[in-house]
Design a protein around this ligand. Structure first.
Ligand SMILES: [Zn+2]
Length: 325
């Protein structure tokens, strides 16, 4: 689970809608494309970002037959007008549905929705369900609003009612403008964003009020799990600041949500397994991006984990997250 896939061609949504830095692709040489945010270069991607067959072969070389795909977070476009984001979301979701239809043994897809417009988001959730997707991917914040804001609750409630799982992925990283050097938004901001999302969902009482909703958090939960002692202590020593919307201690939620395995560190993965339990860690690669686990979990095979634990990480836990137990 947790891989990213784009259509090879994207409409020029900026031109179509008449505003905004929507992403478009500049296929400037065979096998490579520049992702352009308006007129600004964002990132270069390679063929394995859009070619489903090439991806199947690359995955097969790591003994992995199936990928859970979702869009690249920069495509979320929560800053756009709701109706325009809905149209973009539909385009991306229809594309992913086509890939799943063409290669049903190799792909499962998570949809994207216009989080900035509650009604339109729920409308697209219903379509996503009809397309047969097991879940959606959302950002760690929505235009810097935390996921605990009241406007998002009906969306999460609809996900629970429709039995759609949620992957929370960091994006629009806090502090990005002040720390551009050394790739700090990715190395520092991203893990903090994911912790921000988990803390907001716990302290805001969202997880408490929607106990059947199945959450998974990218990059092993970012910095949340490694700071759980501090988070719990904060809850204990300053309940006047922390426990204002939900009286349940944060540690009580360990083992109730899933995280991926993208740690790049056997010792950290052991800690994550101990902290959330071996039923809640899913093989996540973040393929095809360079920060991902591009050998698709091979480091785990050298960790002397019991075979039944590896089986859980490699596929059983993902199925439980996506389809319920
Ligand atoms: Zn990712």
């Amino acid at each position: 689970m947790h891989t990213h896939l784009l259509p090879e061609r994207l409409p020029d949504f900026g031109k179509q809608f008449g505003y905004g830095d929507f992403i478009h692709l500049d296929h400037h040489r065979p096998g490579y494309a520049r992702m352009m945010k308006g007129n600004h270069f964002f990132r270069e991607i390679e063929r394995n970002c859009w070619d489903p067959e090439l991806r199947i072969h690359e995955y097969a070389s790591h003994n992995t037959p199936l990928q859970v795909v979702c869009t690249i977070p920069v495509m979320f476009s929560y800053w756009a007008k709701g109706a325009d984001c809905l149209e973009l979301s539909k385009y991306l979701n229809d594309h992913l549905a086509g890939v799943v239809d063409d290669y049903p043994e190799h792909y499962l897809a998570l949809g994207t929705i216009p989080m900035q417009d509650t009604d339109l988001a729920i409308q697209e959730l219903q379509r996503i369900k009809a397309l047969g997707f097991p879940g959606i991917q959302i950002g760690s914040n929505v235009n810097q609003l935390n996921l605990s804001e009241a406007q998002f609750f009906p969306i999460f409630e609809a996900c629970q009612d429709l039995d759609l799982a949620i992957l929370v992925h960091p994006w629009e990283m806090m502090g990005e403008a002040e720390m551009k050097k050394y790739w700090l938004p990715w190395l520092v901001g991203m893990p903090a964003e994911t912790s921000r999302a988990i803390c907001s969902l716990i302290f805001g009482g969202v997880m408490e009020r929607l106990p059947r909703l199945r959450w998974c958090f990218a990059h092993a939960g970012g910095s949340f799990l490694t700071t759980i002692g501090r988070v719990q202590h904060g809850f204990d020593c300053r309940p006047d600041l922390v426990a204002v919307d939900n009286p349940v201690p944060p540690r009580n939620y360990l083992g109730k949500f899933w995280v991926d395995s993208a740690t790049h560190d056997p010792a950290l993965l052991r800690f994550v397994l101990e902290t959330v339990g071996e039923d809640k860690v899913c093989l996540g690669s973040d393929y095809p991006f360079p920060l991902g686990d591009l050998e698709i979990g091979s480091f785990m095979e050298n960790m002397q984990l019991p075979a039944h634990t590896l089986e859980k990480i490699f596929y059983k836990n993902t199925l439980a997250w996506l389809h319920g137990e």
